[in-house]
Every structure is written in structure tokens, then in C-alpha cells.
Write a protein that binds this ligand. Structure first.
Ligand SMILES: [Cu+2]
Length: 107
């Protein structure tokens, strides 16, 4: 558990330096990776996740309080939108592929 907290802190530092900013941003899932390591959004903006892999993914969105939203099974070719209504820092993960990680900062 402590290891994952340290990893998360490192990821947030990267996010604050080089986050992608966009009103509407599509994140591609390809090669079991997210196409961006981080993104910066305003409250109320959404991310689209486009599964370009030939395997299914299952995105979870975890906030600072460890509250998680489960976007459910996402089949190849499927696009999921998720709207960020709360400010804060969020960890995006795939519950099937532990190597898939990105962070979202919502201001
Ligand atoms: Cu996955």
C-alpha cells in the first residue's frame, strides 16, 4: 500500500508539469497503455477513452478519498466518456491491466 502512495505522488508531480489541457480530450488505449500520462481539466469537462486494443479494458477512476468509479467492461473499439464534476486529483486505472495508469487533475 505504501508503495502505491509513493507512485501516486510521483505521478502527480509529472501531471502538474506537463498535463495535457483540452476542453474535450480523447485518450486512446493502445498496447495496454493510455495515450497520455496525465491530463488537466476544468470541472465539468469530460475525457473520452477509446479502446484501440483487441482486448477489453475496465477503467476505474479513483479520487483522493480512494472513492472509485467503475466504468465497467469496455470491449475493443468501444469509446467511454467520463465527466469530472469534482475538482481534485484522480488516478485512472484499468482493473484488468495493472500497468495502465494515468492521472487527471481537475481545477
Ligand atoms: Cu485494460
Amino acid at each position: 500500500m505504501r508503495g502505491s502512495i509513493i507512485l501516486f505522488t510521483a505521478a502527480v508531480i509529472i501531471a502538474s508539469g506537463a498535463g495535457v489541457r483540452a476542453a474535450s480530450l480523447t485518450i486512446e488505449q493502445s498496447g495496454q497503455r493510455f495515450s497520455e500520462k496525465s491530463a488537466v481539466l476544468k470541472s465539468g469537462e469530460s475525457l473520452s477513452f477509446a479502446n484501440k486494443d483487441d482486448v477489453s479494458h475496465n477503467i476505474t477512476v479513483v479520487d483522493d478519498d480512494d472513492e472509485a468509479a467503475d466504468l465497467g467492461l469496455q470491449k475493443p473499439g468501444e469509446i467511454l466518456d467520463y465527466r469530472f464534476d469534482k475538482t481534485g486529483r484522480f488516478k485512472i486505472r484499468c482493473s484488468i491491466h495493472p500497468g495502465m495508469k494515468m492521472t487527471v487533475t481537475v481545477k
